[in-house]
Design a protein around this ligand. Structure first.
Ligand code: OGA
Ligand code: MN
Length: 305
């Protein structure tokens, strides 16, 4: 296996190892998995090119890393291991109009975020395969929350060391349209509170765990909290620290949701189809989950709210 860096801060294209190698049953697959897992812990974003992707292969590859999330309520793919991002209406096969729910969802995906920070159980990793790529636009951008933590002044690190932040799916969706998160989604996904610092037990690197879903620093004045979150997200996603992935047929990109943020980029969606399929792997205690859980005082605030 060889590595080609994607950005000076983070990211690597993996050469000489495929999704199929990792998905192979038995010791061969285990050995390929160990190599890819080590690269994942070190580099946070992994690119595999030229993959002959199928749903079965994507699931078998992803399963090596842990338990798969089931796509959330009211999403395309609900109840399956796939979150489907597309502007193609599955019922008609036509492109959706700009006011369609899936078009608004695509806009919400264009806000910087990490997947599933709003869930009661956050995600370790996401695996995204390009199934239909538009001829222009539709890139995916990544920024390292780990590199961003390391770039913070020491005084800011000290101030944030034990801070906790509330995340809510309805908050990120509300930035696009007030009712984009339905009552059903709101009821199924109450806000979640996490520490702002996620330490990776594999290498002891801290990362600044934030997303467009983040709306309130626990215990902080609302206006100050809003300003701080905006400032930190701008710090993480400073353009010099962003990797832009231009999709090619056969690409699969995997990222660490503990250590990176990402966003989709627009494309001429009324003229061209785009279809992406994502599998998402749940974080476990081995992935540092215990360290990101808030103290009892923050949980009490949740019960009171
Ligand atoms: C995702 C996501 C962005 C894109 O799959 O989680 O945010 O470019 N995708 O499709
Ligand atoms: Mn996402």
């Amino acid at each position: 296996m060889d590595l080609r860096p994607l950005h000076p801060d983070f990211g690597a294209e993996l050469l000489g190892v495929s999704l199929a190698d990792v998905a192979t049953p038995g010791a061969l697959g285990e050995a390929a998995y160990a190599l890819v897992r080590a690269a994942f812990e070190a580099h946070s974003v992994l690119l595999f090119r030229g993959q002959e992707i199928t749903d079965e292969l994507q699931v078998a590859f992803s399963r090596r890393f842990g338990t798969l999330e089931v796509a959330k309520v009211a999403s395309l793919g609900e109840g399956t291991p796939f979150s489907i991002l597309t502007n193609v209406d599955p019922a008609t096969g036509r492109l959706v109009p700009p006011d369609h729910k899936e078009a608004l969802r695509a806009k919400a995906n264009q806000l910087w975020h990490t997947d599933s920070s709003f869930k009661q159980h956050p995600a370790l990793a996401s695996v995204l395969s390009a199934r239909i790529i538009p001829p222009t636009g539709g890139e995916t951008q990544f920024a390292s929350q780990r590199a961003a933590w390391h770039r913070l002044p020491e005084a800011t690190k000290a101030r944030l060391f034990d801070a906790c932040v509330w995340h809510d799916y309805a908050h990120s969706r509300g930035q696009i349209a007030p009712h984009l998160a339905s009552d059903r989604e709101r009821a199924a996904m109450p806000a979640a509170c996490w520490r702002i610092r996620w330490r990776n037990p594999a290498n002891d690197h801290d990362s600044l765990y934030l997303a467009s879903h983040a709306y309130q620093v626990e215990g902080m004045d609302e206006a100050d909290s809003k300003a701080l979150l905006a400032e930190l997200i701008a710090h993480i996603t400073d353009p010099a620290h962003v990797y832009t992935h231009e999709w090619q047929a056969g690409d699969v990109v995997m990222w660490d949701n503990r250590a990176t943020m990402h966003r989709g980029r627009p494309w001429p969606a009324s003229d061209h189809a785009r279809l992406m399929k994502r599998t998402t792997i749940s974080a476990t205690e081995d992935d540092g989950l215990a360290g990101v859980r808030p103290p009892a005082s923050a949980r009490a605030a949740a019960t009171a709210a």
